[in-house]
Design a protein around this ligand. Structure first.
Ligand code: ZN
Ligand code: ZN
Ligand code: ZN
Length: 373
């Protein structure tokens, strides 16, 4: 889920690390321990693979950031965009990396650790430092990466525009008579052609497969008369895209049109619920009410949206019970759907960012039903 880092300056990473350490202190944490993954990419621009060798960024209020790295990877770490904003502490094979890390955590107390840290590393730290305890970084600081700055918003908008360009091309290609997997391969090629370095998913769910929201692709041959849910995205210049449109092969039935119009109205309602200060759950409620009022409530079987940034799924979540208020700069999907088991599904998804005056869509291909061949 982590791609190459976007080109930010060392000062940007320094500011992010300082803010993260401050937020940790406000949350009652002694510091943050960040393993390879999206948090590390966002904080430092460094994107190593996660392995059995410990790589760990230690952030503590009032201390300079320290990146513990395997010695053989230290040259790469030293070249990362945020390297001048932190101190490298390398360890060689044969040494105990947890003993190397321990002095950095000698305040004891409770540390936030990234969700994707490997259990073996957390267990190693717990053994080396019996006086410490650990909490989920994402649970402690769910909004750490949620509010995007102007440069991040531009990258997200560019990723969205690239995904839209891919849709404008795929709709011109034949669907009927081809396998889902062939259309999906075309979608992946198009995303790359329009600048994506990483394709995270290309869902092509035709006919009854469309009723399974996470059906990826199969060998089913798409038929005339099929609804086809397309949901695709990945990373371009380190920031994510994620959009869905539902197309129809040939002329749709009245019912297919009605369900598509319903999902479109729900997506519109969710979008219009976006404004600063509204709770995340209000976006979900607004979209869900439209579908429930039409009698299809039981067929909308997932949350309305998720955040997006250096990953394609992250907080904040547009879901009942999430009272987090929306803040200008947040970016997330609004993606209601209706799934009729054994028959077909419809999903329409845009990435939306919060502005002072409401929502702004980062996807803008037509939301009317597109008829394909
Ligand atoms: Zn049909
Ligand atoms: Zn999607
Ligand atoms: Zn999505």
């Amino acid at each position: 889920m982590t791609g190459t880092a976007a080109p930010f300056a060392a000062d940007d990473y320094r500011a992010r690390m300082e803010r993260a350490a401050r937020s940790a202190a406000e949350a009652g944490l002694a510091g943050l321990l960040v393993a390879p993954g999206p948090d590390l990419v966002w904080l430092t621009g460094y994107a190593p693979p996660a392995t059995e060798r410990l790589t760990l960024l230690v952030l503590a209020p009032g201390q300079d950031p320290v990146l513990v790295v395997p010695a053989l990877e230290a040259p790469d770490a030293a070249k990362s965009p945020g390297a001048s904003a932190l101190t490298l502490r390398d360890w060689t094979d044969g040494k105990d990396p947890y003993a190397v890390t321990a002095p950095l955590l000698d305040t004891g107390g409770r540390f936030g650790i990234s969700d994707n840290a490997w259990a073996m590393h957390l267990l190693g730290l717990q053994k080396a430092l019996p006086g410490t305890s650990y909490a989920s970084l994402t649970e402690a600081l769910p909004m750490l990466r949620a509010v995007k700055d102007r440069a991040e918003l531009e990258l997200l908008a560019a990723a969205g525009a690239a995904a839209d360009a891919a849709f404008e091309e795929i709709r011109k290609l034949p669907f009927g008579g081809r396998r889902e997997s062939e259309v999906a391969a075309d979608l992946a090629d198009l995303l790359r052609r329009f600048g994506h370095s990483q394709v995270d998913f290309t869902i092509v769910a035709s006919g009854p497969n469309g009723a399974n929201p996470h059906h990826e692709v199969g060998d089913r041959v798409i038929e005339r008369g099929d609804m086809v849910v397309l949901d695709f995205g990945g990373l371009k210049d380190g920031y994510g895209s994620d959009t869905s449109r539902t197309v129809h092969v040939g002329e749709p039935t009245d019912e297919e049109r009605r369900v598509h119009d319903l999902v479109r109205a729900a997506q519109e309602a969710g979008f219009h619920a976006v404004r600063p200060g509204a709770a995340c759950q209000e976006v979900d409620r607004a979209a869900r009410a439209v579908i429930a009022d039409a009698g299809y409530g039981e067929y909308f079987i997932h949350r309305t949206g998720h955040g997006i940034g250096v990953t394609t799924h992250e907080p904040p979540y547009m879901i009942e019970g999430e009272e987090q208020p929306l803040v200008p700069g947040m970016c997330f999907s609004v993606e209601p759907g209706v799934y009729l088991p054994g028959r077909f599904g419809v999903r329409i998804e845009d990435i939306v960012t919060v502005t002072e005056s409401g929502g702004r869509r980062l996807n803008d291909t037509t939301r009317e039903m597109v008829i394909v061949d």
